[in-house]
Design a protein around this ligand. Structure first.
Ligand code: GDP
Ligand code: MG
Length: 670
């Protein structure tokens, strides 16, 4: 069987190290097929050592129901050199069959023996040392050489760590085969122990370990099995008993004590063994703590990226809606559960590894998760901000729409603001699942500022509308009083005009102030609005006056005044001129009186000086083009205009005179 072949049956063996000393690429897959990958620490490893053809494979198959190749008796053909592995039948156990050659004499084989000893000691809890009874006491024998190698190698591996406890202890279980029974086991045991001690003492140890004892590193156990062929039933019975020591945890002589476990999580065994073999192969110092840390790094990375894979899928699901501007309901809950699930997946598998590495990689994983979720968090805040703002605008719009009724603007704004901010805080809190580095307070204060700005724009708009409305009303209100006053042509006509102007201006101002209170307008805004109202009121008045003093209108007014004086007598009765009437005198008088009205119309000047009005200067905030040269607006007709009007009126009056004269001539002629 070559290294490239994947066993098809879960009960089949796998050659983890072939005769070319290469490590199989399929161990990980095989462990999974055996269903041991997720066993955590709930599995055991046992390895067997011993000379060739001492019935090692036979024993393992009997003990653990494994399927290792056994030498074919008829051909006496050796099984392939290397390390083979099986899963114990119905056991959470890995069994390693180390097939060497019995070649103490051949240098190349010592190399494999040394390497396989290192490899087995670094991973196994129990090392079965298999030997014939007649090999016991043969100090020069092959077994003793093997044991010397094991001890040496073990010193290198665990020497420094002798005091560190569980991970450095291994059980050596001696199985004496073809025990005839003449020499009791206890005697064999004594002999073997003496030999082992002698070998131990003969090792050249580093000075620091000069005092180290064999039993500081190894527990020793001994058992014997009868001849398999000569006493086959007894052999089977003893094997069955021995088997109990591997499976029955309640037994006192249960072999897999916790202190022997090498603490490699099952899902890391393949990588660990491969690394160990690589180190051993390249003749590098095998430093187990470093190996465990390297294993932890490798596995924790693997576990972390597997956990992240699922996480990324989940996180991706909400990327689109967020990018499309949606506020995703319950996003915080989703993100929290993705994060917690991911960390839990990592913890489940990675927490069995080297604690420092596990903890460090967990922080990395958490950081990666957080940075993946951060754009979702920020996106949600941004979308939330936008939604809140547009809801706020819509609320103001609908409350202020023509159908909205007479509302208190300040109250509407306050309520909408509060609702908007509350909503923001609620959703922001929900989505903020990391207190470190994540915060929404800044976004909230930005939002508050913008709400304020929007409210201001609305208020200014509303104020403008209100000022326009007040202006329209004012125009209506002054129209009639001004017309009446200017028609009268009495000396106090400007007094009447100014009384009406002041009365209605005052009304306009107070109606503004009453409404402005519900707007929460600022002092400055009020000052601006009042100035605007005053200016527009004055302009409205001037427009009205202009309309009433347009050429045709004023000439018609003058004609009216003249006619009243010339064509009617003091009692208001129409005159019928007789030849001896003083037409010339009456004409002259009426004309003079009427002409005297022109300067009265020419300037807005009430007789009662307390009725005079001065437009206050425009506030600095108003645009310069709205500046009014108030004094010049008091002049209705320039002097030239007055002369022009006088001339035109005279022509009109002359026409009346001629008509009057004509009427007397015609009456004489009758
Ligand atoms: P391995 O090379 O150590 O794995 O030895 P095998 O299990 O392949 O067995 C080698 C030979 O020894 C085979 O022919 C077995 O049938 C035989 N054998 C196995 N167990 C025993 C035993 O307990 N006593 C004797 N005498 N022969 C055995
Ligand atoms: Mg074998």
């Amino acid at each position: 069987m070559s290294n490239g072949h994947i066993p098809t049956s879960a009960s089949e063996q796998i050659q983890i190290i072939n005769d070319e000393k290469n490590f199989t690429p399929h161990l990980s897959t095989q462990l999974e097929r055996w269903g041991l990958r997720d066993a955590g620490f709930n599995y055991n490893i046992v390895a067997v050592f011993g000379s060739q053809s001492t019935g090692k494979s036979t024993l393992l198959n009997r003990l653990f129901g494994t399927t290792f190749d056994v030498m074919d008796e008829t051909k006496r053909q050796q099984t392939t050199k290397g390390i083979w592995m099986c899963r114990g039948k119905d056991m959470s156990m890995l069994v390693m069959d180390v097939e060497g050659t019995d070649g103490r004499e051949r240098g190349e084989d010592q190399d494999f023996e040394r390497k396989s000893a290192l490899f087995s000691l670094a991973s196994s809890e129990v090392l079965i040392i298999n030997l014939w009874e007649h090999q016991v006491g043969l100090y020069q024998g092959a077994n003793m050489g093997l044991l010397k190698t094991v001890f040496e190698v073990n010193l290198g591996l665990f020497g420094k760590k002798a005091q560190e406890g569980p991970q450095s202890r291994t059980l050596l279980l001696f199985v004496i085969r073809d025990h005839i029974g003449v020499t009791p086991l206890s005697n064999l045991q004594t002999t073997l122990t003496a030999d082992l001690t002698r070998i131990w003492d003969s090792l050249s140890k580093p000075p620091a370990l000069a005092q180290a004892q064999l039993l500081d590193y190894f527990d020793l156990a001994f058992t014997a099995l009868p001849h398999k062929i000569l006493e086959s039933q007894k052999f089977e019975d003893e094997v069955a008993k021995l088997r109990e020591r591997f499976v029955d945890k309640s037994r006192e002589n249960y072999v897999f004590r916790d202190i022997y476990h090498k603490r490699i999580p099952a899902d890391g065994v393949a990588v660990y063994m491969e690394n160990i073999w690589e180190q051993v192969q390249s003749n590098k110092d095998l430093d187990l703590p470093t190996q465990q840390e390297l294993l932890a790094q490798f596995r924790c990375d693997e576990i972390s990226s597997a956990a992240l894979g699922e996480f990324n899928e989940q996180a991706k699901s909400q990327k689109r809606p967020i990018e499309a501007g949606k506020v995703v309901q319950g996003l915080g809950g989703l993100m929290r559960s993705w994060r917690d699930q991911t960390l839990a997946r990592y913890d489940r598998d990675a927490s069995r590894y080297h604690n420092g590495v596990y903890t460090r990689k967990r922080l990395d994983l958490h950081a990666t998760i957080t940075s993946t979720l951060n754009p979702l968090f920020l996106g949600q805040l941004k979308n939330l901000h936008k939604t809140c703002l547009s809801t706020f605008k819509a609320t103001l719009q609908s409350s202020l729409s023509p159908g909205g009724g007479d509302v208190n603007f300040a109250d509407v704004v306050d309520k909408a603001k509060r609702e908007c901010e509350d909503n923001f805080v609620e959703v922001a809190r929900e989505v903020c699942i990391e207190d470190k580095d994540w915060n929404w307070e800044e976004e909230l204060s930005l939002l508050k500022e913008e709400l304020e700005n929007v409210a201001n724009v609305f208020r200014k708009d509303e104020t403008k509308k209100m000022v326009n409305l007040i202006e329209r009303n004012f125009k209506k209100q002054i129209s009639e009083p001004v017309e009446l006053a200017l028609n009268s042509g009495t000396l106090d006509m400007w007094d009447k005009v100014m009384v009406a102007f002041k009365k209605w201006l005052e009304k306009a101002e107070s109606s503004y102030l009453a409404k402005a209170k519900t707007f929460n307008c600022t002092e400055e805004e009020n000052a601006d609005s009042l100035a605007t109202i005053q200016r527009r009121a004055w302009q409205a008045l001037r427009t009205k006056i202009d309309e009433q003093t347009a050429d045709t209108v004023i000439l018609s007014k003058l004609r009216g005044h003249f006619e009243e004086r010339f064509r009617y007598d003091d009692q208001g009765v129409p005159r019928v001129w007789k030849p001896d009437d003083d037409i010339d005198g009456a004409f002259k008088k009426a004309k003079e009186q009427t002409l005297a009205l022109i300067p009265l119309y020419a300037k807005i000047e009430p007789q009662d000086s307390s009725l005079e009005y001065t437009l206050p200067p425009a506030p600095p905030s108003s645009p310069p083009e709205e500046e009014i040269d108030f004094t010049s607006t008091l002049t209705v007709f320039s002097e030239t205009k007055c002369v022009d009007l006088s001339n035109r009126f005279r022509r009109d009056a002359d026409a009346y005179y001629v008509e009057a004269k004509r009427s007397t001539v015609s009456s004489i002629a009758q």
